[in-house]
Design a protein around this ligand. Structure first.
Ligand code: C2O
Ligand code: CU
Length: 456
């Protein structure tokens, strides 16, 4: 028997993350490379605001849904059951799976009716934080609480990056009687602006407090699961080291003052909180102008807090090497896709579209397996749009067509007002129908969506 005499390395305070703990999904399969979980969509009364009962739409009775953990290369089986009163599907945002597992109704799979079930079965090829949400009436269904994280871990990553937190950001409006806000509140104007909830939610909690040890790095794996809200986060006198995004690690880390996440985007960031022992740091939601002036004049607000333990700051640990070799996709000979994000003027319900055509009238684009394509998405509206392509990761290009550094794999990119976005994608061997759309879900449901048919 040996008795250690070294002092314990500095650690986060006991129970440091309990205020934002996510319920883990239970793996029903004993095999090391298979993760099998049950997932049921149903309404559950939750106490989101103290003293109020809110019938939220949930996966497995919680908001967000359970945290599914897998390792790169694992097979993931999800036994999904729909106990809602509406049809639904589950879309695995950021997973390169086969089209028939993508949860895109009418194209890759049928809607799962109330009382119905569907087994999702896929292999997770890429490390990173992905997430799941419905793809039927998605503004309403996600807005009512349906979303959850799927974290794909790479055992080869350096362990010493920081103590890990998965943070699912969203928002919601709870009325005085506890009911959820009418999903169509504000009519056409609500759709045009994109409906934001009044309350910011961090793992389903309002303004939670995370305990921290000053100087000790934390690794935040963040997804913006909000229906329409952009999340821009800052901590006074702190910088973040962004090491990853939608599709895993970046080519190399970058330092930033703020983290911007449009709906659907993910960020993998390191932060070492500093301050006097016992003090509190505010992680602020900072208004971002996505059209018509800073998100409708909403003031800056605290999203969550870090309370520093009554202990001296830990010494800085040097950051381990987190570089990743990513090759820039070759655009020579690439085909082109040119899209405009559009608003149709006229009476009746507000209709958005792509190239003037609403999703329900659109013919799919066609591409071939193995093809490399440069997409240019131009914004003709006075609102930003986060543009998402299903099934494939892309690399964002600058205005001159040059790759944006550091290179990273993305599946959602912001298209600013009076601007555009350009990216290059290569369709690997997964033919089928793939959606693309604005991830302001109010816009997607109003028609800003299209299909890409990748054929062999
Ligand atoms: Cu998260 Cu079709 O999207
Ligand atoms: Cu949009």
């Amino acid at each position: 028997m040996t008795i250690g005499c070294a002092t314990d390395p500095p650690a986060q305070p006991e129970g440091w993350d309990s205020a934002v703990a996510l319920r883990p999904a239970v793996d029903l399969d004993g095999r090391p490379d298979v993760v099998e979980v049950d997932l049921t969509a149903r309404v559950e009364e939750l106490e989101i605001v103290p003293g109020k009962r809110t019938p939220a739409w949930t996966y497995d009775g919680g908001l967000p849904g359970p945290l599914i953990r897998a390792r790169v290369g694992d097979r993931v089986i999800v036994n999904f059951r729909n106990e809602l009163s509406a049809p639904t599907t589950v879309h695995w945002h950021g997973v390169r799976l086969l089209a028939e597992m993508d949860g895109a109704p009418g194209h890759s799979q049928a809607e799962t009716p109330p009382g119905g079930s569907f087994t999702y079965d896929f292999v997770v090829l890429d490390a990173g934080l992905t997430w799941y949400h419905p793809h039927v009436d998605s503004a309403v269904q996600s807005g009512n609480g349906l979303y959850g994280p799927l974290l794909v871990e790479d055992p080869g990553e350096p362990a010493a990056l920081g103590d890990e937190l998965v943070l699912v950001l969203s928002d919601i409006t709870v009325r005085d009687d506890g009911a959820l806000e009418d999903p169509d509140v504000g009519g056409n104007l609500g759709t045009l602006f994109g409906r934001e909830g009044d309350l910011l939610l961090v793992n389903g909690r309002v303004n939670p407090v995370i305990e921290a040890r000053a100087g000790l790095r934390q690794r935040w794996r963040i997804v913006n699961a909000a229906r329409s809200r952009y999340y821009q986060l800052a901590i006074t006198d702190h910088r973040f080291t962004r090491i990853g995004g939608d599709g895993g690690l970046l080519e190399h880390p970058v330092e930033t003052e703020m983290i911007l996440l449009t709906p659907g985007e993910r960020a993998d960031v390191l932060v070492a909180p500093r301050g006097a022992p016992g003090s509190t740091l505010s992680v602020r939601w900072v208004p971002y102008d996505r059209g018509y002036g800073a998100t409708f004049g909403r003031p800056e607000v605290e999203a969550f807090r870090l309370r520093l333990a009554d202990e001296p700051a830990a010494e800085d640990e040097p950051l381990p090497e987190v570089a990743r070799a990513i090759g820039a996709l070759d655009t020579a000979g690439a085909t082109r896709v040119d899209l405009k994000l559009t608003l149709r003027e006229g009476p009746g319900d507000l209709v958005m579209g792509i190239n003037g055509v609403a999703s329900w009238e659109a013919e799919p684009l066609v591409a071939a397996v193995g093809e490399t394509s440069v997409w240019t998405v131009e914004n003709t509206m006075a609102f930003d749009h986060p543009f998402h392509l299903h099934g494939f990761f892309f690399q964002v290009l600058g205005e001159g067509g040059e790759p944006v550094r550091p290179l990273e794999w993305k599946d959602t990119v912001n298209v600013p007002v009076d601007g555009g976005a350009r990216f290059v994608v290569r369709y690997d061997n997964r033919p089928g129908m793939w959606m693309f759309h604005c991830h302001i879900l109010d816009h997607a449901d109003a028609g800003m969506m299209g299909m890409l048919n990748v054929v062999r």
